[in-house]
Structures are given as structure tokens and as C-alpha cells.
Ligand binder design. Structure first.
Ligand code: NAP
Length: 280
């Protein structure tokens, strides 16, 4: 019987993960199945879903909203990325033990630095948002060589707290600051502006100073499959040189999980090409 994997979330019908991992398995000749499991809307239910899946031959899972925090709590061992993010997006069953990883930040960095070929070394990064996705991105961006990261959030105190909490983990070469969305800190020149808010899901624009996006080499929206989001439109109007959505990040984090589970890293470019929607 092939090894079983799954993505667990709620809702989950929209998930691209079964398609992505199916393509990876086909391309690498790995014998596995990958399904989508609805974890339900009751908090605290993830442990039971995991136990049932493992008892039925499950080897590992991806975890998406709203279970990323609970996933970390269910694990007996977690890597630094998951511990710092306070959340896990991939689990592996090793006998009775559950191991946790968070590959979202690694996926983002690889998409920017490798797929989009925008250098992060010494880059000035504006990171919009202070939720789970932003949390997971800070240290990977710093470790990839970013020289300065300004975290800006609608609720400014959350951004300042994140900057305070993460500064010790970023290393000496990376300065981190927190601010509100409309503050002066955002007026400087940036090399990369990343939208890690969920505003684009609701079709909402961000109250940003135009200067923060003017001529920026890369404006990146973590949301994917929605074409030109309000944020990407703002960036385009401000003269951003390149626009990208988060489909590459999604595929890259999936490839990291696949490699962790199976010991073989699939090629991502053909899968990104198949899933990408035009930014119009
Ligand atoms: P989250 O924890 O719920 O955080 C949401 C963030 O968005 C908060 O900082 C919130 O600000 C901000 N926000 C929401 N509506 C806003 C608005 N109208 N104007 C300004 N700010 C607003 O969500 P998350 O887990 O971090 O996810 C954020 C986004 O990243 C989602 O859209 C998700 O789809 C995407 N994502 C993509 C990938 C990928 O693989 N491409 C992976 C992970 C996440 P306040 O603190 O002020 O409420």
C-alpha cells in the first residue's frame, strides 16, 4: 500500500496541496497518496484527527488554517523555524512521535531569491502584517541576508512587539523595526515589499504611503490565485518594477515538506508554471 499524506484545514476544499503533491510524486516516482482532510471547526480537535490518520497508515501531514498553532502544540519536537513562528505547517510521524516544521518562510525566501532572482543580501525589506505569515517570514528573511526589515501593521503595537521579539534572532547584520501602516518609517526606499496581511483576501487596499512602493524592485503579495490584488495594483500604480503573488511560495514550501518526508526534492518550476494565474 502506498504511504499516506494529507493536508488538514478548515475549510479545505479549495486547497491546492493535493494537486501539488500529486505532481511531485509523479515527477519523482514516489509511491504515495495525498488527500485533503477537513479538521472541522471545533478548536482542540486536531490531535484526534492526527491520531486517526496515523492509525490508518498516515506518514505525515501539511497543516493549514486554522490549525497551524495547534499543530505545533501536538508535536513532541519542532525546529527553530516552527518554534519562532509559534506555528507549524508540516508534521511527520516517527513511531509514536510527531515532529513539526514550518516551511512557509523558507518557501518565501526561495521564491524571491531563486525563482524571481531578486537578491535578498543587504536588501531593505518592508514586511506588511504581523500575523502568522509575517512571523514565519522574519527570521528566514534575516538569515537570507536582508539588511533591514521594517514590519508594518494596521495594529502598530503588534508590529513593534514582533520587531522587539525577533531582533535577538535576526543576527547582527539585520536591523528590525516595527511601525503602523501609515508611519514615517515606511517612507524610505525599499528593495522588496511583501504583503503578509490577509487584506487581499477581502479585496481591501492598504493605507500605505505611496513612497513606500515607488519604484520598488519587487512587490510581493503572499495571497495567490487572485490576479492583480488591490496591493499589487497599488504597487503597479506607484511604479513597482516587478509584481508577484504567493503561488511560488506555496509550491516551494510544499517542496520542502516533500523533501523532508521522502528524502527527494522535486523540481518546482513546472508545478509553479502549471498553477500560476496571470496577474491581470
Ligand atoms: P493572520 O494571522 O490572520 O494575520 C492577518 C494580518 O492581516 C494581520 O496583521 C492583520 O492586521 C492584517 N489585516 C487583515 N485585514 C487587513 C486590512 N483590511 N488592512 C490592513 N491589514 C489587515 O493571517 P496569516 O496567517 O498571517 O496570513 C496572511 C496572508 O498570507 C493570508 O492572506 C494567507 O493566505 C497568506 N499566506 C500565504 C501563504 C503562501 O504559501 N503563499 C502561506 C501563508 C499565508 P491586524 O493585526 O491589525 O488585525
Amino acid at each position: 500500500m502506498p504511504d499516506r499524506y494529507a493536508v488538514i484545514g478548515h475549510p479545505i476544499a479549495h486547497s491546492q496541496s493535493p494537486l501539488i503533491h500529486g505532481l511531485f510524486a509523479q515527477a519523482t516516482g514516489q509511491q504515495l497518496t495525498y488527500e485533503a482532510i477537513d479538521g472541522g471547526d471545533r478548536p482542540g480537535g486536531l490531535a484526534r484527527v492526527l491520531e486517526a490518520f496515523r492509525a490508518d497508515g498516515g506518514r505525515g501531514v501539511n497543516v493549514t488554517l486554522p490549525f497551524k498553532l495547534e499543530a505545533l502544540a501536538c508535536a513532541g519536537e519542532a525546529d527553530e523555524a516552527a518554534r519562532l513562528a509559534g506555528a507549524a505547517n508540516a508534521l511527520r510521524f516517527e513511531g509514536e512521535r510527531i515532529q513539526a516544521r514550518n516551511f512557509d518562510g523558507a518557501g518565501l525566501v526561495r521564491d524571491i531569491a531563486v525563482n524571481l532572482a531578486v537578491p535578498l543580501r543587504a536588501a531593505r525589506v518592508l514586511l506588511l502584517g504581523a500575523g502568522g505569515a509575517a512571523r514565519g517570514a522574519i527570521v528566514p528573511l534575516a538569515r537570507a541576508g536582508a539588511g533591514r526589515i521594517v514590519i508594518a501593521n494596521r495594529t502598530a503595537d503588534k508590529a513593534r512587539q514582533l520587531a522587539f521579539d525577533f531582533a535577538p534572532h535576526a543576527g547582527k547584520g539585520c536591523a528590525i523595526a516595527g511601525a503602523g501602516l501609515g508611519e514615517d518609517e515606511l517612507g524610505g526606499a525599499f528593495d522588496v515589499v511583501i504583503n503578509a496581511t490577509s487584506a487581499s483576501l477581502a479585496g481591501a487596499a492598504l493605507q500605505l504611503p505611496v513612497r513606500s512602493l515607488a519604484g520598488v524592485p519587487l512587490a510581493y503579495d503572499m495571497v495567490y490565485g487572485k490576479g492583480l490584488t488591490p496591493f499589487l495594483r497599488q504597487a503597479q500604480a506607484a511604479g513597482a518594477r516587478r509584481l508577484a503573488d504567493g503561488i511560488g511560495m506555496l509550491v516551494e514550501q510544499a517542496a520542502e515538506a516533500f523533501a523532508w518526508w521522502r528524502g527527494v526534492r522535486p523540481e518546482t518550476a513546472p508545478v509553479i508554471a502549471q498553477l500560476a494565474k496571470p496577474l491581470v
